[in-house]
Design a protein around this ligand. Structure first.
Ligand code: T3D
Length: 285
């Protein structure tokens, strides 16, 4: 049996790494793998901890629409290549003058539909948080139905570190998962939360040790993909109604408020400092 055959047979019974499944598509900074009825969307710019450009978020919406509409796909995972899940917006590419001018439309036409699609697609979506998840990267994880983390993963609402406010539906999902106190603490301190602490606060649903992580995630995906898809979809509708009754309003409020933040001196100074490699400081205006 060749090495390739060995890897294939190991993933069939729910072991192995979902990122090594056969490639379904590769678009921009995203890779999509699929094994049977389970698919994994891999944020794929590991040298930047999978920071997301506006084009990447656009690609994410495109591939999620395909996976949502494909009846042969019955469970979807979001995960990251390399050591990170996603470091959020690409600080070098997402906030250039041109990108900032496009951002208000991007938030409403790309980011909001991506978040609502994760919540509404009629199949389970799992965040497999293999490493650090920051900013909008963390928001994408928290929007998923189930969140599984590697023991070494960290979650950070990094928005305030550059003078922005909660984004990516996190004003609803973070509060629903972890409550007001944890949401306020994470949003205002921007400090990373360990996987252990995240489990205790309800931010993640399961923490797997490093040596069990790949097989645990693969098995969960395979089990969900072999499960009662229509039952999962019905449960998802019910949970959305009770857990996120005002998600669309929250997304619209976030988009409006973050647009104001883009105009502040604190945000503009923070981005200049980050790009120049200087420490960020805020004047409060
Ligand atoms: O669609 C939308 O809605 C867009 C709106 C989104 C809003 C946001 O997401 S705002 C939040 C943006 N994200 C951040 O501010 C996080 C910045 N990164 C960090 O704070 C840290 O990197 C981490 C806590 C995530 C990880 O720290 P650590 O020590 O593990 O790694 P590192 O050494 O800081 O980073 C490794 C490399 O990734 C490094 O590059 P280098 O020096 O090896 O060449 C670093 O510059 C790069 N990197 C990390 N984060 C980003 C990034 N490059 C571009 N953009 C990033 N966000």
């Amino acid at each position: 049996m060749s090495a390739e055959d060995t890897r294939d047979s190991s993933t069939q019974d729910g072991t192995g790494d979902i990122r090594d499944w056969p490639v379904r598509s590769a678009e921009g900074g995203l890779l999509v793998t699929q094994k049977g009825a389970a698919a994994a969307v891999v944020f794929n710019r590991p040298e930047r901890l999978n920071a997301l450009t506006l084009d990447d978020t656009h690609s994410l919406l495109t591939v999620l629409r395909e996976l949502s509409a494909d009846p042969t796909v019955r469970a979807v995972a979001l995960t990251g290549a390399g050591r990170g899940f996603s470091a959020g917006a690409d600080l070098e590419g997402a906030f250039t003058p041109d990108a900032l001018a496009a951002m208000p439309a991007h938030l409403r036409e790309i980011t909001t539909p991506t978040l609502t699609l994760i919540r509404e697609m009629p199949k389970p979506v799992v965040a497999a948080v293999n490493g650090v998840a920051a900013g909008i990267g963390c928001s994408f994880a928290l929007a998923c139905d189930l969140v599984v983390a590697r023991r070494s993963a960290r979650l950070t609402m990094a928005f305030s570190k550059i003078g922005l406010s909660l984004d990516g539906g996190s004003s609803a999902t973070l509060v629903a998962r972890a409550g007001f106190g944890t949401a306020a603490w994470m949003a205002m301190t921007g400090r990373p939360v360990s996987a252990e602490m995240a489990l205790g606060r309800g931010l993640v649903d399961e923490v797997l040790e490093s040596e069990e992580y790949d097989s645990g995630v693969s098995r969960l995906l395979s089990d969900l993909a072999a499960g009662p898809t229509r039952s999962f979809a019905a449960t998802k509708r019910l949970l959305n109604a009770s857990g996120y009754p005002r998600l669309r309003e929250a997304l619209e409020a976030e988009a409006e408020i973050v647009e104001d933040m883009f105009a502040t001196n604190d945000f503009r100074g923070a981005i200049q400092a980050v790009v120049a490699g200087r420490p960020v400081s805020f004047q409060g205006d």
